[in-house]
Design a protein around this ligand. Structure first.
Ligand SMILES: [Zn+2]
Ligand SMILES: [Zn+2]
Length: 270
C-alpha cells in the first residue's frame, strides 16, 4: 500500500509541473507553469502589503506597527511571513487546499517561498556554495542544512481521513523552491508530531485558542533542531497561537530561531 501511495504521489507531482490550465478554475493558460492561475483567479487574491503588515507576525495591519494580537500576547516565534491575507476569495481558495485541491498547494507554496527568499537572503549560499553563517552556527560536528522546513503536523486520524496534510504539501513545495534558488534547506515531516486532536481554532474565542493547542504538539526528533533556523509552514494563521505553541517547543529543543510561514494570515481585527 505504501508503495502504491508513493507512485500516486509521484504522478501527482509530475502532473502538477505540467499542463496548460489554471489550477483553480481550469481555464486554458498559455504561460503555464510560469503562472499557475489565470489572470481572473489571481485578481481575486488579496496580497499582503509588507509596508502595512505586523513586523512580528506578518499579518496585514490597519495602521503601521505591531498588530493588536501581538500586543495582547507576543508570539514565541521570531517572525511570521504570509504572502496573502486570509479574507474573501483568498480564504476560500486557501481552504480548498485542505478540501481536496492539492494542486493549489503549488501556487501558494511557491508564493510562500518567494516571500521568504525576498526577506531572508542571508540564507542564500555564497559563490563557493556555502552559507557562511552555517559554519559559525552549525551544531558541533553537524553539517546539516541551515534551514529546516517543517510542516505543522496534523493528527494521524485527520491525515487518514483526508489522505494528506496540506501543511506538509506546502512545506515540501517551499523547500524544493528554496533549494532550486540556492538556499540550503531541508524538509522533514517527522520532526514534529501532534499528540492530541484539537478543535478548529476558528470555532474558538481568542482566550480559548492558546489553551486548545497547549500540549498538542511535541518535538519527536529533538537533535534535528539543534542550532537550526526552522521555517514552520502552515496554511493559515489566525491568532498565531498554534505557531507560537510549536515555536516554544522547537526553541526548547535547541532551535536557533523559528520563522512562521503561512499561505494566508487573518488581518488585524479591530
Ligand atoms: Zn482561473
Ligand atoms: Zn502581529
Amino acid at each position: 500500500m505504501r508503495f502504491l501511495a508513493q507512485i500516486a504521489d509521484k504522478i501527482r507531482k509530475r502532473a502538477a509541473t505540467r499542463g496548460f490550465s489554471c489550477d483553480c478554475c481550469g481555464a486554458e493558460l498559455f504561460d503555464y507553469p510560469q503562472n499557475r492561475l489565470c489572470n481572473q483567479c489571481r485578481e481575486t487574491l488579496t496580497i499582503c502589503d509588507r509596508e502595512k503588515s505586523c513586523p512580528k507576525c506578518g499579518r496585514a495591519t490597519i495602521a503601521q506597527g505591531v498588530c493588536l494580537s501581538c500586543k495582547r500576547a507576543l508570539p514565541k516565534f521570531d517572525k511570521g511571513f504570509s504572502p496573502f491575507v486570509y479574507v474573501g476569495e483568498t480564504a476560500a481558495l486557501v481552504n480548498r487546499i485542505k478540501n481536496g485541491n492539492r494542486r493549489l498547494a503549488y501556487f501558494f507554496g511557491e508564493k510562500m517561498a518567494d516571500i521568504f527568499m525576498e526577506t531572508n537572503a542571508r540564507f542564500l549560499k555564497n559563490d563557493v556554495g556555502r552559507v557562511e553563517a552555517n559554519e559559525k552556527n552549525a551544531p558541533e560536528g553537524g553539517t546539516g542544512a541551515l534551514l529546516l522546513i517543517l510542516p505543522v503536523p496534523a493528527h494521524a486520524t485527520k491525515v487518514r481521513e483526508r489522505g494528506y496534510n496540506q501543511a506538509a504539501d506546502l512545506a515540501e513545495i517551499v523547500c524544493e523552491r528554496l533549494q532550486r534558488f540556492g538556499f540550503e534547506a531541508e524538509y522533514d515531516p517527522d520532526v514534529l508530531q501532534k499528540r492530541k486532536e484539537t478543535k478548529m481554532q476558528k470555532h474558538l474565542g481568542v482566550a480559548n485558542r492558546a489553551e486548545n493547542v497547549s500540549g498538542a504538539y511535541y518535538v519527536h526528533k529533538r537533535a534535528a533542531c539543534r542550532g537550526k533556523t526552522i521555517v514552520l509552514v502552515d496554511d493559515i494563521m489566525t491568532t498565531g497561537a498554534t505557531g507560537s505553541e510549536i515555536a516554544e517547543r522547537l526553541l526548547g529543543a535547541g532551535a536557533k530561531e523559528v520563522i512562521l510561514l503561512v499561505a494566508a494570515a487573518l488581518p488585524e481585527q479591530k
